[in-house]
Design a protein. Structure first.
Length: 436
């Protein structure tokens, strides 16, 4: 049940409970007052009748009777013992108050009819019920309206929080939370958190960009110096490490551009099968290339072929596929399979290793984080760049683990050029621990 209907139900229940409590209290107070008045009237009439009977020996015209047939048995027994008393009855003759006392071995009694009084109390009960229903009918819509406003404000706050979680760190709630209440406090806290998160993220992005740019100049000199080294095992090792460092710096520069939202896609119609085939070939890695239609129908493993065209950026598409293939070789196990389905505009890269770690499936790729140790070495930038470039070309990149083992990355391309969104800054986790 939604919060607004819970509050409305609570308001209705409270209104009904108050009406019922007031009705019970008023009913009991009115009944006790009528019975008290009737008891006093019966006693007074009985005493006057007793005086008249003692003087004249008659009870005619006094409102009393001797050994009245309708006298309650309990009251009759009490009088026979020499006592006097009163009793309220609701017998066949209707509600009445009896008063009795002994008189020369007989029972002198007075009956006060209360049917009119009880009818008035019943009418009062009916009016109280009607008033309670009317009050509930008036209060319930007010409760629904108030609860609806609270619910809308909470939903607006939740929607803004989801936008912040999705990467829109400029989203704020304060403009919508005008009343100064607990919801406004929550909204202010979320806004403060978003502002602090945005500032820390921007600092991290600036730091990444600054480090990459500062490293690039000395790195170029290091690359030149490494090429001048005389041939030998040590020189080969130095050149290899310089190439790794150069690749890392280029990756950092690419991430900084994605962070800044400076990347723009250059879309054009491309044959998906040929594009993926060339991208896989440039990696020079052992990859089993499959056509989605052929694999589905026949289980064959031919090349992907040319096939239908898709709207994409060839350079960025090649970067995405290459990063996925390299990641599968680095962290998974052979065979690595790349399946192209032009009809569905999807490219699937699968290995047969331990699969993606749970935190990657839950939170997505994180820079400088490679997951468990058994997934190998790396800087955690390949999948982050692939995801960022997929966003640039308007594609969807999803990660999952196959039921029979292995990591599966699926790239789904947009239907046309109008499906590619304007690039937004790539979001990165704030507290990503650094591994190598």
């Amino acid at each position: 049940m939604a919060l607004r209907w819970r509050i409305a139900a609570l308001v209705a229940a409270a209104a009904c409970a108050v009406a019922a409590a007031v009705g019970v209290l008023v009913h009991r107070a009115s009944q006790e007052r009528e019975l008290s008045q009737a008891r006093d009237t019966a006693r007074t009439t009985l005493e006057r009748a007793a005086v008249s009977y003692a003087r004249t020996g008659e009870v005619e015209g006094s409102g009393a009777a001797l050994d009245a047939p309708g006298l309650p048995g309990g009251l009759r027994s009490l009088v026979r013992k020499g006592h006097r008393g009163t009793e309220f009855t609701t017998g066949p003759g209707g509600p009445a108050m009896w008063a009795a006392r002994p008189a020369d071995g007989q029972v002198l009694s007075v009956r006060v009819d209360l049917e009119t009084s009880m009818r008035d109390i019943s009418a009062l009960d009916t009016n109280i019920v009607l008033a309670g229903l009317i009050a509930t009918a008036v209060v319930l819509p007010l409760g629904v309206v108030t609860a609806g406003r609270m619910s809308r404000r909470l939903r607006a706050a939740a929607a803004t929080a989801r936008r912040i979680a999705a990467g829109d760190l400029d989203a704020r709630i304060s403009a919508r939370a005008r009343p100064h209440d607990e919801i406004a406090e929550i909204s202010g806290a979320v806004d403060s958190m978003a502002a602090a998160l945005q500032e820390r993220l921007l600092r991290e992005q600036r730091f990444t960009a600054d480090v990459a740019h500062e490293l690039r100049t000395p790195l170029m000199g290091l690359v030149t110096a490494a090429e001048l080294l005389p041939p030998g095992e040590a020189a080969g090792y130095v050149r290899d490490r310089v190439r790794v460092l150069s690749t890392l710096v280029e990756d950092l520069l690419e991430i900084s551009r994605l962070d800044a939202g400076a990347e723009r896609a250059d879309l054009s119609p491309c044959p998906l099968g040929l594009l993926v085939t060339e991208a896989v070939a440039r990696t020079a890695l052992d990859v089993r290339l499959r056509s989605g239609r052929e694999a589905t129908a026949q289980g064959t493993e031919d090349g992907a072929g040319d096939g239908p065209t898709v709207w994409t950026d060839p350079r960025r598409m090649e970067r995405i596929v290459a990063n996925l293939v390299v990641n599968a070789h680095r962290h998974g196990r052979a065979p690595v399979e790349v399946t192209v389905d032009p009809d569905r505009r999807t490219v699937t890269v699968r290995d047969h290793g331990p699969g993606y770690p749970d935190d990657l499936l839950r939170d997505g790729p994180q820079r400088f984080r490679t997951g468990a140790r058994e997934r190998g070495r790396g800087h955690g930038l390949g999948l982050t760049i692939a995801l960022g470039q997929a966003e640039v070309i308007g594609a969807e990149l999803a990660f999952r683990n196959a039921p029979d083992g292995g990591a599966v990355a699926t790239l789904r391309l947009p239907a046309g050029p109008e499906a590619a969104p304007i690039q937004t800054p790539l979001q990165a986790p704030i507290h990503a621990p650094i591994h190598d």
